[in-house]
Design a protein. Sequence first.
Length: 563
Amino acid sequence: MIAQLMTSSPAGTLSAALGDTAPYFDLGPAPENESCVKQMRLFGRLSGLPFWCLASTAEGQQIVASTADSLAMIPFAQIEAFQSARGPHLVTTESGITYYSLPLPPLGEMPALAIGWIRSRPDQRPDDLVFAAVDAGWTKRQLNDWLQTQPIASPELVDRLLNASWSQAGADHREETLRNELTSAGEQIEETYEEITLLHSITGNLHLSRNPQELADWSLARVRTLTQAAGAAIWFEEHHGPTHFLTDGKMPLNEKEFLHLCTRCDKRDWSRPFVKNRLAGTPLAQELPELRNFVLCSIGERSQRFGWLIHCNAPREFGSVQASLLQSIAKILGTHLQNRELFSQNQGLLTSFVQSMVSTIDAKDTYTRGHSERVALVARILGEELSLAEQDLDDIHLSGLLHDIGKVGVDDRILRKPERLNEEEFEQIKKHPEIGCQILAGLENLQHVLPGVRHHHESYNGSGYPDGLKENDIPLMARVLAVADSYDAMGSDRPYRKGMTLDRLEAIFRENVGPQWDPQIIEAYFRARVKIRRVWSAHRPSNLAALSTCLSLGRSRVTPPKK
Ligand SMILES: [Fe+2]
């Protein structure tokens, strides 16, 4: 039996008839955008042979497109063999017709074939062809005229044409696959680059002074453009700003609903993000009907949780790329909050240490009680007069508080001796700057105050101790402290003398500027002398309230904990 399939025949109708019992299908417009049709047309162009695109359906075989104005006829017996072939296939009949086929991509889920036929001998008029023409209603003359226009090719030539077309199409397909993979890889790289840039920007903003809420607010919208979520939110366990529930976009949950979700999920392993793409039909969907899909990450671990991060209602399902990105953001925020907490604890310890050190000095030398605080205050005013940066002022203040810390290593009898010290005793006293440095040397957080501690007894002309530095070789912090230290020492009462009058003190400053003190610091003193006198006179030993300012978060040079 012949599968007789007529396309654009001389009768001018599009029809398909599969033998006597085959059903008739009105195929409608050819699905030109289908890959099987495109592939069939490619085979036609490459080989020059006529082709029909034959698709298998539950109802039977259908021709859905053709490259030829020809009688479409294929023996049913051949179709099965063609369908099982994995490459070019051809059969030549004794009557002089070569039937051939090439596999095509499926049409939807229907298997498809590119099939065709061509005469191999001009001197024969095959029976198959005559029967097909009769079934199609052609006259003998129509058939003869039509045959005059049809090509003829040997089976060997058809075989070569088919194989060449198959190879070329395969190469084209591989090239297109590679091109698609390259495009996909390029898009992936671009997406990854955007993610890395975002993470880099966020980590670049992780200053300890940065409020976590500001950081979260800053990152919310930026991250949402990458995840394409309709809404995003961050909720903090503790208040870090005016609000602890930050949202961006069209967030489908209010704060109460969001916390309900977090509580429901709390038993999970939060080392990984929780991704839920299909909520429809789940109990959660009944409780939170506006929520379609989400990625939920814990900020911090369960033992030390700082909050939650969620992105929800993406147009497509959340994948591992978005989930990993959000987990990274949550980890960055968690680490930042943990660092701030550790830093705050560190600051508290440092404050306590400095307070106890200053108290210890006061306890050792009761005659100079309050000296360290007054030196710190005067030095700060001098620093302000020199237009130093706020950070430098804090450093000078702290160094002033600790400048005599080395006296804890000097014999109490010498420190408390009311009479003038002999040479040997004075040599003992002169060791306190170095002892102070040794005490503080192991404290990494106080390294920046060491220049003031070690060199506050250096003289501008190089005659001081412990290193005999001169002029600008003496650290500025120490030159400022030297003036403040002398001001308080000369102005305060001692067991063996009353404090000097301001006139006498300032006369000594004028006489010894150059040899002992830096002229620019003395000039600064005289510009600020009224303020210094007011602050110095009003000062009483306190609980070092100003200390918290010097050690304030983000302004101190204390090395932050490592991430
Ligand atoms: Fe000193």
